[in-house]
Write a protein that binds this ligand. Structure first.
Ligand code: BGC
Length: 374
């Protein structure tokens, strides 16, 4: 009897061990598959769809690149001859200081840069109207792009974002300027007001400097393009381009989980003005993009989207921002928002630019957006 019992125990141990081994093998194998499963394009395919590299950037592009940052601190991905293609891994790593100058220089793009506006040295000077123009400036350019980034206290994300996007935009042969629109003070975040203020600033500056922007891209600082073949431009006449269709946070399911037009959205200034910009009345996290979507519908405009594969984006993981609490009342507010379309947006924007700073690769506009109603 005793012998039988110990045989049973032995058999049980063997069974348990083999189950554990099999499970470990299976997990390792799967993660290996995930690692190598890059949605890659052949070099020929890629070269057909993207503009050629600038020779000065070619070497930097073909090596794998690492951008250091605070908190999230490190982003590693392979950049190969066809450009970016595939998932990115964002790791935590060594902490770095993050001064604005430093952020400005996160990627050394010294070629084809034009600094415009009143300034005494190249950067780090208080200026009035300013733009840093990347890429060719010949007068017959099809599109001059202004990238508007609403911002507060996400320095590490901005570093990652710039290190990531600048080479992509340059590789795509775009002519573009980046405007980081920072909310001053410590009141609740208001993304709509920042978008509108950034738009107004870039529009005015572009016209004054004889460099009018004909495409505006409204960009969340934490949302990173995965695929070079997706052009960062206004692609279809009269349409609004929603580029960030499938985001890793939502398992790359297109427009999953309540997303409407959030992330990365491109359109001509005429369309933005027709929609009266974003509503100014949304304070805190969420809703302003859904209200913008409602505006688009109300005006009968159409949205163009890349397919789920091309429109893949990685969102940098982050916790909640204390000054950007969830806007609990956003759903009813969105439903009502189109009633006030003509009176809530660019037309009644009451914000003021406090400071304008020019850095190596972008201009920062610090805006006082006012205070939320009590
Ligand atoms: C919010 C949007 C957000 C979306 C996806 C919605 O509930 O209102 O602002 O973009 O969720 O996170």
């Amino acid at each position: 009897m005793k012998i039988l019992q110990s045989w049973n125990a032995l058999l049980f141990v063997i069974f348990a061990l083999s189950t554990v081994c099999f499970f470990m093998y299976y997990t390792a194998r799967n993660s290996e598959i995930l690692k190598t499963q890059r949605r890659s394009f052949t070099k020929e395919q890629a070269e057909k769809t993207i503009a050629p590299y600038e020779p000065s950037l070619r070497d930097a592009m073909t090596a794998s690149r690492t951008v250091h940052c605070d908190e999230v601190t490190e982003i590693k991905y392979q950049v190969h001859a066809g450009g970016l293609s595939g998932k990115m891994k964002i790791d935590t790593g060594a902490s770095q200081m993050n001064y604005w100058n430093d952020i400005g220089e996160v990627f050394p793009v010294n070629q084809s840069l034009t600094y415009m506006g009143k300034y005494t040295t190249k950067y780090n000077h208080l200026v009035d109207d300013a733009a840093v123009i990347h890429g060719p400036r010949d007068s017959n350019r099809v599109q001059r792009i202004a990238v508007i980034i609403p911002f507060r206290d996400r320095h590490s994300h901005l570093r990652i974002f710039l290190g990531h996007i600048l080479p992509v935009l340059r590789r795509q042969g775009n002519t573009f300027s980046i405007f980081v629109v920072e909310q001053a003070g410590a009141d609740t975040f208001n993304k709509g007001r920042l978008m509108n203020s950034g738009f107004k600033f870039a529009r005015t500056v572009g016209n004054k400097l004889d460099m009018p922007f004909d495409c505006f891209i409204f960009q969340d600082v934490d949302t990173l393009i995965e695929n070079d073949n997706l052009l960062y431009r206004c692609t279809k006449r009269g349409l609004i381009d929603h580029l960030s269709t499938s985001i890793n946070k939502f398992g790359y399911n297109p427009l999953c989980c309540g997303m409407t037009v959030g992330g990365v959205l491109a359109m001509t200034p005429g369309i933005y003005e027709l929609l009266n910009g974003f509503p100014n009345s949304f304070w805190g996290w969420g809703g302003e993009d859904d209200a913008f979507n409602a505006r688009i519908k109300k005006k009968g405009l159409k949205i163009a989207r890349p397919n789920a594969e091309l429109g893949r984006f990685t969102m940098i993981h982050h916790g909640a921002d204390s000054l950007n609490p969830h806007n609990g009342g956003r759903l009813p507010a969105v439903r009502k928002s189109t009633d006030a379309l003509e009176d809530d947006g660019l037309t009644n924007l009451d914000t003021s630019v406090e400071e304008v700073w020019m850095y190596a690769t972008f201009v920062k506009v610090r805006v006082n957006v006012g205070t939320p109603p009590k």
